[in-house]
Design a protein around this ligand. Sequence first.
Ligand SMILES: [Mg+2]
Length: 382
Amino acid sequence: MSITRITAIPISYRLPEGKTVTMGIGSTLKRDAIIVRVETSEGVTGYGESHPGRSPGAIVSHINNTLAPLLVGMPATDVVGAWQRVHRMQFSSHGLGAGAAMALSGIDMALWDIRGKIANMPLYELLGGSRRRLPAYAGGISMGYQPAQALAEEAQSYIRQGYKAVKLRIGDTVKNDIERCLRVRKEIGDDIEILTDANTAYTIAQARRVLPALADIKAGWLEEPFACNDFASYREAAKITPLVPLAAGENHFMRFEFAQMLEARAVQVWQPDLSKTGGITEAIRIAAMASAFGIPINAHSSATGLNHAATLHFMAATENSGYFEACVSQFNPFRDMFGTIFSIGEDGCVEPPSGPGLGVEVDESIFNDFPVIDGPGYVVKF
Ligand SMILES: [Mg+2]
């Protein structure tokens, strides 16, 4: 069975008035995603998702015009060979680096979907896992900057659904961040985990002032206080308190960047995104490396049901997986465009889909509802 065609399809939606969420990277205007379809000589079709890298046209062109010709004709089951060819030709030498990793991720995911469909097994089973309950936190584009009481009420709404962990957006001002965190802890009590995400907005001086407060409220982690490549600041911040682990990984690509993170000894929670970091194949390698050092994998998981499903399967087959990031965005039609992929239980846990491959039924006609929108996806006050 060989790969006969690879097609990337960009889709977008605009946030309706009043649904914008503001966080450390700005205010959301629209969201983009890229669906990757891989067809085979036996008629089995797989689907994956590539992160758009805030430039969906660029990633789509890379897939359709560069990676597809490299991979068509290869055995459809040779995920490692396909991965290696793209890595050698487009990532490691004269290629697009992170852009190539994002493009490859959707193809790799689709190839795993095909493997599961051929074997008639859900992916978690093919990967050696079981349909076990996975703890989830309320995340996605949610719990943005707002008055502390309103934020506490938003968190409560997710807790009522079953969530036992919520993630707050910080990286605003030190004063606002601390006030919001203290209020939310007071309102929701001590039994719910509070996670925090600064979306790279802090300086080391700000982190020094915020981290003791995060320790006081027993925050589960501080995510992305600094830019992805600022390992010096991560190393410095890790010395401030042993009580709040630092988390990062959604902006780290391939196992090689995670190896650098390991050498920096400064990031205690890893968050690879399967639609960015080099697909399922690479996430397995990253998780294995992390497991040898006692590092949990809490995969990042925007934006469509395809990446959510792939992440659930991967986590169900990963020994050191932590929380699933459940998208609770108040407006994300991409989450539900293929039907309900996960639902939160009273135990605060979710399960992977049970169908073969990713277990996602893709009706391509729905893509017509989401024509790609050019332009930036966030606005930032500079
Ligand atoms: Mg994040």
